[in-house]
Design a protein around this ligand. Structure first.
Ligand SMILES: NC(=O)c1ccc[n+]([C@@H]2O[C@H](COP(=O)([O-])OP(=O)(O)OC[C@H]3O[C@@H](n4cnc5c(N)ncnc54)[C@H](OP(=O)(O)O)[C@@H]3O)[C@@H](O)[C@H]2O)c1
Length: 262
């Protein structure tokens, strides 16, 4: 990200407010954190509660994350970026490079779906599909590419966890709706596998796709999903550390650590 000589000199003028001190705390980045009832915010919260430094990204200003910032101050860095805009993602990476020299864990959680998500093939406007795939799959790749130098700078093995879904499994597909979402997550799974192949020989950056479980990410108590976003985030946080050094296992796993078919 520091490929412009006009940008690099700026980088060193700022203090490194996030620093890795002796391995106790990590620098953890989570995308899509603007809603306090949803998963991304609760992942950020879980890592903050453990003392880690968190980089939380939002698409637009969020009062929820700003309240968390008031509480956790310099432990939380908030970046604004739109995953569909490479320049926006690159700018966020440059902003972060002025504050820290590495990322230990990147959790790609952000998601967006079309208004026709629940419709079937004959009812859905197919022209809405590319935007969803752009956010979920291409957007995640934009983030990984822009922040890769910071991941590569991690003192240990850096870990990328792409929050996927069982809805992205082609071999287990049973639905006739969620077409754009399923296609986006299937494409994300392919991106995960492709990047795994790209990174694995160096053994410096590891990557997985994860089905995070069935979660009440809308925050509604009448949602039948068994897990609150806070509970799901705790389960995922514990799971992620068990996979940091696993360069040989299956790349698509569930929140229970089980292999899931692509
Ligand atoms: N709920 C479940 O049971 C379940 C099951 C399987 C997988 N998942 C996955 O779990 C993750 C979290 O789900 P969730 O329901 O908590 O997500 P969410 O709240 O619907 O979305 C997460 C965030 O993504 C952001 N976002 C959307 N488009 C963006 C863009 N173009 N650029 C940057 N950010 C963007 C949104 O920002 P705004 O707030 O600005 O809109 C939102 O805050 C998702 O990846 C989802 O697919 C959930």
């Amino acid at each position: 990200m520091c490929d412009s000589p006009k940008i690099c000199p700026l980088v060193i003028q700022y203090p490194k407010i996030l620093s890795f001190e002796g391995g106790a705390f990590m620098n953890v980045m989570v995308t899509g954190t603007g809603r306090s009832y949803a998963l991304g915010y609760n992942l950020a919260l879980r890592y903050l509660e453990s003392g880690d430094n968190v980089i939380a990204t939002v698409r637009k200003p969020s009062s929820d994350i700003e309240k968390l910032k008031e509480q956790y101050k310099d432990k939380l860095t908030v970046l604004t970026m739109d995953l569909t805009d490479s320049r926006s993602v690159q700018k966020a990476a440059e902003d972060l490079s002025s504050k820290t020299d590495h990322i230990d864990t990147l959790i790609n959680n952000a998601v967006g779906v079309s208004p026709d998500c629940d419709k079937g093939f004959f009812e859905a406007d197919l022209d809405l599909i590319p935007h969803t795939v752009d956010i979920i799959a291409v957007g995640t790749m934009r983030v990984i590419k822009a922040f890769y130098p910071l991941l590569h700078n991690a003192p240990g093995t850096a870990l990328i966890m792409n929050i996927s879904s069982e809805a992205g499994s082609i071999s287990r597909c049973y639905r006739t709706n969620l077409i754009d979402y399923g296609m986006g997550k299937a494409a994300l799974n392919m991106a995960t596998m492709n990047l795994y192949n790209t990174f694995k020989d160096e053994g410096k950056v590891n990557i997985f796709a994860v089905h995070p479980g069935w979660i009440r990410t809308d925050g509604r108590e009448d949602n039948p999903a068994p897990l609150s976003s806070y509970e799901a985030a705790g389960i995922l946080k514990d799971l992620f550390e068990t996979r940091r050094e696993d360069f040989t296992g299956h790349r698509f796993i569930t929140n229970e650590g089980l292999d899931y078919p692509f």
